[in-house]
Design a protein around this ligand. Structure first.
Ligand SMILES: [Zn+2]
Length: 566
């Protein structure tokens, strides 16, 4: 005979068991696939871990077991667990702090690309039965002091249970956690709770007050431009202030660029334009949220991770030195990098063009939007030396949509879709690996087209001013190798395809001549091991910005720079 009521205790115990067993299908699958656990020991280990997760969930829920709080919290945990399980099993992703930050920064368009019937199915299977069971009968609460005692008992029970299970299985368990680091990111829903707690607590470790950077920044005039001996920043480049475009790629992996040796021709246009492609470049992170702030930072990957305060970035330093800097975004924003400079988001321009629909634009809009923004800046030079428009040159960052997944097919348009058939589902598991790679490679062909249009325009502009372009991607992508998809793996265990990124540069003849840095020399560095750490210092060196945070040894162009002080 069943009771007509539910007690908070039954909700905590049954909810924890439900989450521990059903919410960890991805973990059980991963455990089962370990070669040395593919037998009875694997089953025992699975049971022990299920017991641990159960005890920890009981402890967690004991803190939340109060009227009005318990059932909604459990429902939320079940929802998080269902979504995590879905993406773990479909794409091999794991949940860590960076992943949580990525999810928190996702915009509507990105979220829409992720929603599919199979996500709903996972949610329905894991969340709905639990919700139905919880709310089917009325919940009867004892008076709060009694509930407090119950909760304390549950908390103690959960903690003791966890310790006991850990103690009994210590050898096997610790070996497993040491050798299979990724396992701990699979433990639902504790991975998410842990990562969320870390995200919330990090601001107490990193001082959020943004420290100024490059207050001493100034442009050192090129020697032959400094005849008068007292050139102002606007005269540093003589009568021709340069235009540098930094094109920020998205999810482009180096190994799929034909310029870097990929067997398919994914760079049909760029290969005709005399670009330089650096082949050994590694990223700072495996996601946009991790890589972007890091690549524009003066600290480099290790320093940025260990930072105790937030600093301004490369773009602020360039502005201080006298350059006009602007950010044009065709994606989910600049992650705070453009807060103090001119910035434009294509999705907010309500552009009347077939390149844009549903608040999302193809990368081809970036060039016309940039031209428009540059026109608004007015003439290259003004006659009055102190006019606010006076500037040493212009730096534009174009934030591409690139190969943003999983809807790779949306990132290219005919005729830039040479590889067929391509996956046209947002559920990658609906497609064969070849179809996924085809759609991805098409997105690179489209990026190749966008960059080549940009270069051709910069080449025309070079009659008036020295122009150049740096293209660099924020991180790579997994396309099903070892059953991994997308990106965002913790850096230490990320496969190389997620961290090996393209870096392509192009310099107009005028730029090479004025700046004295020539292709013939730069060509010898294409196999040099480089990383996002080099970007900050290389751009400063290239644009002749002298400042304390500049590190000459990280300046990629320095070896070929005839004007560098030695
Ligand atoms: Zn990204």
């Amino acid at each position: 005979m069943t009771s007509p009521h539910r007690s908070p205790l039954s909700i905590v115990l049954a909810g924890s068991a439900w989450l521990a067993v059903l919410g960890n299908l991805a973990l059980w699958q991963a455990l089962w696939q370990l070669p040395d656990l593919h037998d009875g020991r694997g089953v025992v280990m699975g049971l022990v871990m299920a017991g641990m997760v159960f005890c920890l969930c009981v402890s967690l829920l004991s803190l939340l077991s109060w009227r009005g709080l318990l059932r909604p919290t459990l429902l939320l945990l079940a929802l998080i667990t269902a979504l995590s399980t879905h993406y773990m099993m479909s794409y091999g992703i794991v949940i860590d702090t960076t992943m949580v930050i990525n999810v928190l920064q996702t915009d509507v368009g990105e979220a829409r690309d992720q929603l599919s019937p199979s996500v709903l199915l996972s949610v329905l299977l894991i969340v709905l039965p639990l919700a139905w069971w919880m709310w089917r009968r009325p919940l009867v609460w004892p008076r709060w002091p009694v509930q407090g005692v119950h909760n304390l008992g549950l908390l103690l029970g959960g903690v003791v249970g966890t310790f006991l299970l850990t103690y009994l299985s210590f050898q096997d368990f610790s070996t497993l956690m040491r050798n299979q680091t990724q396992m701990r990111y699979l433990i639902n829903p504790l991975n998410t709770v842990y990562a969320l707690a870390e995200v919330v607590l990090i601001p107490t470790q990193v001082d959020q007050q943004i420290r100024p950077l490059g207050e001493d920044a100034k442009i050192v005039p090129l020697p032959n431009r400094n005849d008068k001996g007292n050139a102002s920043s606007s005269q540093a480049w003589g009568a021709q202030p340069p235009l540098l475009v930094i094109a920020l790629g998205e999810t482009a992996r180096s190994s799929n660029f034909s310029l870097n040796g990929y067997a398919r021709n994914t760079n049909p246009a760029l290969q005709q334009l005399g670009v330089l492609s650096y082949r050994q470049v590694s990223s700072c992170g495996t996601s946009t949220a991790a890589s972007l702030p890091c690549m524009f930072s003066h600290l480099g990957r290790v320093g940025h991770e260990a930072r105790t305060a937030e600093y301004e970035n490369l773009l602020d330093v360039l502005t201080r030195a006298g350059y006009h800097v602007m950010w044009i975004d065709n994606q989910s924003g600049c992650k705070g990098l453009c807060d103090r400079i001119t910035s434009v988001r294509t999705s907010q321009l309500s552009l009347k063009t077939p390149e844009c629909s549903k608040g999302e634009c193809m990368d081809a809009v970036l060039l016309p939007v940039m031209k428009d923004q540059l026109d608004q800046l007015g003439p290259l030079r003004t006659s009055t030396p102190s006019a606010p428009r006076e500037r040493a040159g212009t730096v534009v960052v174009l934030h591409l949509m690139g190969s943003h997944g999983p809807a790779y097919f949306k990132r290219s348009r005919a005729p830039h879709k040479p590889f067929q058939p391509e996956c046209t589902s947002i559920v990658l598991s609906d497609c064969s690996q070849q179809e996924i790679v085809n759609a991805y490679d098409n997105s690179l062909v489209y990026t190749d087209h966008v960059l080549s249009e940009l270069i051709q325009w910069l080449r025309q502009q070079a009659v008036q001013r020295p122009t150049g372009m740096i293209y660099i991607s924020d991180h790579g992508e997994s396309l099903g190798e070892n059953n991994l998809y997308l990106h965002g793996m913790p850096y230490a265990i990320a496969p190389k395809v997620q961290t090996h990124v393209p870096l392509i540069t192009w310099w107009s003849d005028q730029f090479q001549q004025v700046r004295g840095i020539r292709h013939e020399c730069l060509k010898q560095d294409l196999e040099r091991p480089l990383s996002h750490d080099n970007l900050y210092h290389s751009v400063l060196g290239l644009l002749r910005v002298q400042t304390q945070s500049y590190q000459a040894e990280l300046d990629l162009f320095r070896r070929c720079d005839p004007y560098a002080s030695r």
